[in-house]
Design a protein around this ligand. Structure first.
Ligand code: URA
Length: 284
C-alpha cells in the first residue's frame, strides 16, 4: 500500500471511531464510494506461510506479512503500515463462513499500537458487533473503568479479542456463546500478528477463553489467575473476565482482579499510589 493510501485509511478509521464514540451510528455514503471501498485493496503480495508452530500445535495456514517472520523491531511507521494491512485483511475475512455471513462488523481491535500494555478478551458480543469495537458493552464499560483506575485510558492501551467476529447464535435473538475450538484456531493468526506488531511489555488475558486461545487447554482461569504466564516471551497476566465480575459482585472477587492489575503495573514499573494499593481492601 502506498503511504498516502495508508495515511488516508488511518485518518478515515480514526474519524469514524471518533464519530462512533460521540454516539453516531450511521453515516451517509455515496453509492460510488461504497463500491470503491468494496474493491480489493491495492497492496504488495505478502508471502504465504503454510503452517506455523503454536504451543506445539500447528496453527491453520494463514497469509502472514513479512514482519511476522522478522525478528527485527519495527519502526513506528512500519508498525502502522503492518497493522493497517492486517486490519484490511481481517475486514474482508471469510474464513468462518457462518460468522462472516452473520456479523455486522469485524471487530479487529482498538487503541494504541505503540503501547506497552495489551488486553485480550474472548469475542465480540452484540454491542461490539454493532459498534465494530471491542469491549463497549456492559463488561466493556467495566474494563474501561479498570483501565482508567490503573492510570491509563482506552487510547493508551490496545484491546483485542481472540475472535474478531461475533459467534453466531442461530435461532436466538440475543445471547452469546463461547467460540468453538475451530473458530479460535482459525482466527488466532490475526491476534498473533497483532501481538507481534505491537510487541507489548505485558498482556492481560481476560477470562478462561482468552487464556485457552493463547495457551490451549490449561488448568483453567480459577487456578491460573494472578500467576504470570509467558507467550512468545511476553508476560501474560490471566485474570477474570469483567463479565464474571458483573455476575459475581463480591468485593473479594473484585479485589482479586485488582491485585492482578497491581502486578501488571509493577511489571511495567508504573507508580502505584496508596489509594490504588488499597482498592477493595476494607470489605475484602
Ligand atoms: N467480551 C469479550 O470478551 N470481548 C468483547 O469485546 C466484549 C465482551
Amino acid at each position: 500500500m502506498s503511504s498516502d493510501y495508508e495515511a488516508l485509511l488511518n485518518a478515515t478509521i480514526e474519524q469514524l471511531q471518533s464519530l462512533k464514540r460521540t454516539g453516531v451510528q450511521f453515516i451517509r455514503i455515496e453509492a460510488d464510494t461504497l463500491q470503491t471501498l468494496a474493491k480489493p485493496i491495492p497492496r504488495k503480495v505478502t508471502p504465504m506461510v503454510t503452517a506455523r508452530e503454536h504451543q506445539g500445535e500447528v496453527v491453520a495456514a494463514a497469509p502472514v506479512a513479512a514482519f511476522e517472520m522478522s525478528r527485527e523491531p519495527l519502526s513506528a511507521e512500519e508498525k502502522e503500515a503492518a497493522m493497517t494491512e492486517l486490519r484490511c485483511r481481517a475486514m474482508q475475512c471469510q474464513k468462518c463462513p457462518s460468522l462472516a455471513s452473520t456479523r455486522k462488523n469485524v471487530v479487529f481491535g482498538t487503541g494504541n499500537i505503540h503501547t506497552e500494555l495489551m488486553f485480550v478478551g474472548e469475542a465480540p458480543g452484540a454491542d461490539e458487533d454493532a459498534a465494530g469495537e471491542p469491549f463497549v458493552g456492559k463488561a466493556g464499560q467495566l474494563l474501561t473503568k479498570i483501565i482508567q483506575v490503573m492510570g491509563y485510558n482506552r487510547e493508551k492501551v490496545y484491546i483485542a479479542n481472540i475472535l474478531k467476529c461475533r459467534p453466531d447464535t442461530p435461532g436466538q435473538l440475543s445471547g452469546n456463546r463461547k467460540p468453538t475450538a475451530d473458530e479460535m484456531k482459525t482466527c488466532l493468526p490475526y491476534l498473533l500478528a497483532q501481538i507481534q506488531i505491537i510487541k507489548p511489555k505485558a498482556i492481560v488475558a481476560l477470562g478462561g477463553t482468552a487464556v485457552e486461545g493463547l495457551f490451549g487447554k490449561t488448568a483453567g482461569i480459577m487456578k491460573l489467575r494472578g500467576n504470570w504466564q509467558s507467550f512468545q516471551n511476553i508476560p501474560v497476566m490471566p485474570t477474570y473476565h469483567p463479565a464474571y465480575l458483573l455476575r459475581n459482585q463480591s468485593i473479594s472477587e473484585k479485589r482479586k482482579v485488582w491485585e492482578d492489575m497491581l502486578q501488571v503495573l509493577e511489571k511495567l514499573n508504573q507508580p502505584i499510589s496508596d489509594k490504588q494499593r488499597n482498592y477493595f481492601l476494607k470489605a475484602g
